[in-house]
Write a protein that binds this ligand. Structure first.
Ligand code: SIN
Length: 315
C-alpha cells in the first residue's frame, strides 16, 4: 500500500508533495532529481496570454529567512507554450498542473479555456496572487472580485480548478469562502509574502523592482496560520505552500488542515528535496502508525478560537 497516496478532489496523486509554481523544470533532466512515486504533481510556472519580459534585474536574492523574488511573471506566452511545452506534458510521469495568469478577467478566461483543451494538463491553478506585477493581487484581496474571476474560469473547464490565494490580506477566510462559492476545487495557500530588502550601502532595494515576495522558512508560520484559517472557513481541499523543507514541516501543514504541500524554495537549495522529504515522510508514518488522513486537520486549538475572520468548519 502506498502510504503517501493522496486525493485532491477528483485528482488522485501518488504523493502529497507537489512542486510550487515556477520552482522546478518539467523536462526529464529536472525530473531525474526525484525518485518515482515521490512527487505527486508538477505545478508549472505561470503562463499569460501574451509573452512577458518580467521585472528588472536583480530578481532574486537570499536572506537568512529564505529567498526574496520579483520575477514579474516572465514567460513566453500562450502561443509558445501551446506549441513547445504542451506536447511534452502528455508524456510527463506525474500529473501536470498548469498555472494561469492574466491582466484581467478575460485573460484568465482565455488561459483557463486554453489549458482545458490541452491533454497533458491534469488541473489548473489560477495565480490570483502574484505580488510582483501591477494588478497581480487585484483578484485575491477582494472576495467579490475573486468570485467573479473564479466563476468565469469555472465555466471554461471541468478540470480541477485551484485558486492560489495571497497571504497579503488581513483575513484570508472570506477569500477562501468566495473561491468555494464560485466553484473552485482547491485552495493553494499561499503565494509569497510581500517584503522589502535594502542595501544601506547603495541606499537601494536589493531587488530591481523594489518590493518582492518572500518564500522559504520565514514564511512557514504565516502559511500555517492561513492554512488553518482556510481549513476552518471552507470545505475545499487545501494545498499548502510556504517554506516546507522537511517531513515535519509537511506534517505540520497536514495537521493544520492541508491535503497536499507544495515545495519551492527548498528545491532551489536541493533539487532532490522532495524525494528526501518523501522518504522521511514514509519513515515517520510507518514508525508512528499514522495515516495522512488521520492527521489531517487534527490540530487541537486552545479554546476559545479567536483568529480574526475565520468561520468554523461545520464537519
Ligand atoms: C513572479 O513571477 O514574480 C513570481 C510568481 C508569483 O509570485 O506569483
Amino acid at each position: 500500500m502506498n502510504v503517501l497516496a493522496t486525493r485532491i478532489g477528483k485528482l488522485e496523486l501518488e504523493s502529497p508533495l507537489l512542486t510550487a509554481s515556477g520552482t522546478f523544470g518539467h523536462d526529464p533532466a529536472a525530473l531525474s532529481f526525484l525518485q518515482p512515486g515521490d512527487l505527486g504533481a508538477l505545478v508549472l510556472k505561470t503562463v499569460t496570454p501574451e509573452a512577458r519580459e518580467g521585472n528588472p534585474n536583480p530578481r532574486m536574492c537570499e536572506w537568512p529567512g529564505g529567498v526574496m523574488n520579483s520575477i514579474g511573471l516572465e514567460n513566453k506566452g500562450l502561443a509558445y507554450w501551446r506549441e513547445h511545452v504542451a506536447p511534452q506534458l502528455a508524456v510527463c510521469p506525474v500529473p501536470v498542473v498548469a498555472n494561469a495568469g492574466g491582466h484581467d478577467l478575460e485573460e484568465y478566461g482565455v488561459m483557463t479555456a486554453a489549458f482545458d483543451a490541452m491533454q497533458g494538463v491534469a488541473a489548473i491553478e489560477l495565480n490570483l496572487s502574484c505580488p510582483n506585477v501591477k494588478g497581480g493581487t487585484q483578484f485575491s484581496t477582494d472576495p467579490d472580485a475573486l468570485m467573479e474571476v473564479v466563476e468565469l474560469c469555472r465555466k471554461q473547464t471541468a478540470k480541477p480548478l485551484w485558486v492560489k490565494l495571497s497571504p497579503n490580506v488581513a483575513a484570508i477566510a472570506p477569500l477562501a469562502q468566495a473561491a468555494e462559492a464560485a466553484g473552485a476545487d482547491g485552495l493553494v495557500v499561499c503565494n509569497t509574502v510581500l517584503g522589502l530588502l535594502v542595501d544601506w550601502r547603495t541606499r537601494k532595494p536589493r531587488l530591481g523592482n523594489g518590493f518582492g515576495g518572500m518564500s522559504g522558512p520565514a514564511v512557514r508560520p504565516v502559511a500555517l496560520r492561513m492554512v488553518w484559517d482556510c481549513f476552518r472557513a471552507s470545505k475545499l481541499p487545501i494545498i499548502a505552500s510556504g517554506g516546507a523543507s522537511s517531513a515535519d514541516d509537511v506534517l505540520d501543514f497536514i495537521v493544520a488542515g492541508a491535503t497536499a504541500v507544495q515545495v519551492g524554495t527548498a528545491s532551489f537549495r536541493r533539487p532532490d528535496a522532495i524525494s528526501r522529504m518523501a522518504t522521511e515522510l514514509r519513515a515517520i508514518l510507518a514508525e508512528n502508525d499514522f495515516t495522512l488522513d488521520s492527521l489531517r486537520g487534527s490540530l487541537e486549538w486552545p479554546t476559545p478560537v479567536s483568529c480574526a475572520g475565520a468561520a468554523s468548519r461545520t464537519s
